[in-house]
Ligand binder design. Sequence first.
Ligand code: FUL
Length: 482
Amino acid sequence: MKIIPYLLSLFIATAFAQNKPKPYGAIPTKRQLAWHNTEVYGLIHFTPTTFENKEWGYGDANPQTFNPTNFDAEQIVKSAKEGGLKGIILVAKHHDGFALWPTKTTNYNISKSPFRNGKGDVVKEIELAARKHGLKFGVYCSPWDRNNPMYGTPAYLKIYQAQLKELYTNYGELFMSWHDGANGGDGYYGGAREKRSIDNTTYYDWNITWQITRKIQPMANIFSDVGLDVRWVGNEQGFAADTSWATFTPMPPAGVNVAVPGQANYPQSPSGIRNGKYWMPAECDVPLRGGWFFHANESPKSAATLFNLYLKSVGRGAALDLGLAPDTRGQLQEADVAELKKFGDIIKNTFGNNLAKNATIAASNQRGEKFKANFIIDNNNQTFWATADEVKTAEITLNLKKAIVFDVISLQEYIPLGQRIESFSIQTLENGQWKSIYTGASIGAKRLIKLEKPISTSKVKIKFKAPVCITLSEFGIYKQND
Ligand code: FUL
């Protein structure tokens, strides 16, 4: 046996393993890491409710109501792509209960509509368009169903789970399974037209229901108001708190070992919880227009507003989930398309060029060659700067070599090893003096800082503090470019 080479490789492997910092606290799963990379995605609401000009369908709309004059999945998906969106979630069934795919679970579905002569499948069309244009695909299937006569009885749960199974089985790999928390109340319920109250902490048996998700779609991030993979940020206005931790500890009801929708510590949702038990980053959802469904009297948010929301969601370690509302043609309106495009252009033009990319970097501490400070400007979030185990405060100084004008700063931690940094401060050199321009707490997947006005400097210094050694994967300075 070639014992020497074997021992040598063992030694090298051990040395490398020791060299990498130990993870700190809760860490993201593979599926959550993929979700973090998605950053901005869209949520499409388009059901009979669109044609009724409502936000919540009662569940009594005739299936004939769903009759778009010119549905065009590619128009919707391409517009989203122009806006820089990297994924699409389709509301496959909203609270009105109308299924946009030819489900076997209820007659209240697209096959009973005039769309494609009863042979249509909007879920499939959006899925194929998304895949064709390189966007990820996910589904939202509302647990509340105002049409189903069985709603409120145990039989409905079986129907709901069967709907999820169909969606999980026939539409390829899903990046999200989105579950809203609104449920129970008045509805059509097969003609009963009454109020049905359920206990939303127990009725849906989420522990079991989400096992179905895990089994069939292991890469689907489960969103609900309390998690599991992604938490609701606590508002539908599209922003997280200035300090927003990716970790969270939802409060489960007594006797249940995971928190369920309807039982949430909402006051802490925008900011997360430092050293929370789970990695559970926030999703910031907000409609592009006023409501989630299309209403002719509303208009889209401007690209400038969207960029501001981007800074306050993606730029706070969360994701931006932008509601897209096709009109009764089955397309996004021209004004929506235009603002999306402008928004996408601002992101591309601003972040396309890291003005720090040619800087020389000095670090007060460096964990050897494999974790050198230069990795923070290599445009690769898989490499990172790290300090030695015992070094919990450190600073890096970037020499930009000439005066550079910028107004956006970007920081990214190497999150596979957890959210480590608890505070940071940024200084720039002005007239030979270091001047503090920003202090903050959380970084996580990404922290974007928009300065009130542009700064011109040739040197930037950042100080970090953590309870363990520090990691940073990327750093950038940019000039916002509309
Ligand atoms: C909420 C729903 O009640 C709204 O209608 C919309 O679908 C929004 C995205 O989620 O919970």
